[in-house]
Design a protein around this ligand. Structure first.
Ligand SMILES: Nc1nc2c(ncn2[C@@H]2O[C@H](COP(=O)(O)OP(=O)(O)OP(=O)(O)O)[C@@H](O)[C@H]2O)c(=O)[nH]1
Length: 384
């Protein structure tokens, strides 16, 4: 495997991986991470992480958004207050993630759940699959039915978590059982319209990133436009698969319409890790300043099975990672030209500045008619 990596300046700065800059040195303001004892509101739309004590909520948040290694989560203390994590300055995901302590009491008069649910885009309920989940299912029902009554627009997502400890058969059986019981409870309460989505997750593999990707994608109204752009780009450039990644979290914001296989996704995630780690060690200036991910960031990895991984910067938070055959890469000029058009279109879709709305949905400031203005070079003579 050979790695080509282009960085604006290579510096001999060792040991920086531990102090991985959350913004990759892009120079944005520090993220506003705060611990609050009140539930008073903030204007950022939110994703709520709820579930019983020790189900794994804080671990998920730390592993996905703060690059904590899964083993370190063993030492996480129990959350006692609502923990609001504003990740919008380091990530494309322009949300606050609210991590709730296990024992939220809806009958506590100081807990203003109406206010909380009103500004919520997605509610993730985490169930520990290694534990007896009967109590968790009761809590899930109470939580989603309350939330639905306040705000029926919320996306309800159930993470059947810690499945690393389960055999494949046991995983499927658990998912079927949880799905059945949760939906029976809703039917008994005449809440058939309340839709729950289920995911099998673990922080010890990529399933948690993949599940979070799906949760976030549902909150992006421009998703069809993004998918269209990726489709047009890959079909005219001889690329097999492409993911548009949020670099800091490794959540994929969009991909082409071919099915996602876990191996390809993991390969692309690993590539991001390699690029950022190498860049953090060798790419920063000697004084430790500079950026590990910037406009010039680009990497090509040739695998021993004639496959090429190609990573390019799209915006300050996003990267496109492509998987293609060596023969297609001979037309690199065409790919780069097409990428240039693709990147311009993406930037138009997400014109900086006004990405949020209190409704819990991302909101672009520009119109999303960029497709009409994309003029790509073509590989096989088919016009775009
Ligand atoms: N095996 C396994 N253990 C996990 C996973 N996710 C979290 N854990 C472990 O579960 C324990 C509890 O995790 P926390 O993240 O503190 O749980 P929490 O839901 O935030 O707990 P509270 O703050 O008390 O509400 C920790 O020891 C984690 O290491 C997972 O995917 N697999």
């Amino acid at each position: 495997m050979s790695i080509q990596y282009e960085e604006p300046a290579l510096a001999r700065s060792y040991g920086v991986v531990d102090s991985f800059p959350k913004d990759f040195g892009y120079g944005v303001e520090e993220p506003d991470i705060e611990e609050e004892s009140t539930t008073s509101g903030d204007s950022k739309p939110r994703i709520l992480l709820m579930g019983l004590r020790r189900s794994g909520k804080s671990s998920i948040q730390k592993v996905v958004f703060h690059k904590m290694s899964p083993n370190e989560t063993l030492f996480l203390e129990s959350t006692n207050k609502i923990y609001k994590d504003d990740i919008s300055s380091s990530s494309f995901v322009n949300f606050q993630i609210w991590d709730f302590p296990g024992q939220v009491d809806f009958f506590d008069p100081t807990f203003d759940y109406e206010m909380i649910f009103r500004g919520t885009g997605a509610l993730i309920f985490v169930i520990d699959a290694q534990d007896d989940y009967v109590e968790a299912l009761g809590r899930l029902h109470l939580t989603v039915s309350r939330a639905y009554r306040v705000n029926p627009e919320i996306n309800f997502e159930v993470f059947i978590h810690k499945v690393d400890g389960l055999s494949d058969d046991h995983k499927i059986e658990t998912q079927r059982d949880v799905h059945q019981r949760a939906n029976d409870d809703l039917a008994d309460a005449s809440l058939e319209k309340l839709h729950l989505s289920f995911y099998l997750t673990s922080i010890y593999d990529h399933s948690i990133f993949e599940a979070f990707s799906k949760v976030v994608q549902k909150l992006i109204p421009q998703l069809p436009t993004l998918e269209n752009l990726v489709n047009i780009f890959i079909s005219n450039s001889g690329i097999e698969k492409a993911f548009l990644f949020d670099v800091v979290s490794k959540i994929y914001i969009a991909t082409d319409s071919s099915p996602v296989d876990m191996q390809s996704y993991e390969l692309c995630c690993d590539m991001i890790d390699v690029v950022i780690d190498v860049s953090c060690i060798y790419g920063l200036r000697e004084d430790g300043n500079g950026s590990a991910y910037d406009k010039e960031s680009l990497a090509i990895i040739k695998l021993n099975n004639t496959t090429i991984l190609y990573l390019k910067e799209v915006t300050k938070f996003l990267a496109l990672v492509c998987i293609l055959r060596e023969e297609s890469f001979e037309k690199k000029g065409l790919i780069d030209y097409n990428f240039h058009c693709f990147r311009k279109a993406i930037q138009e879709v997400f014109e900086v500045g006004s990405l949020t709305q209190r409704t819990g949905r991302l909101q672009p400031s520009s119109s999303n008619n960029s497709l009409s203005s994309v003029k790509l070079g073509v590989l096989n003579g088919s016009a775009v």
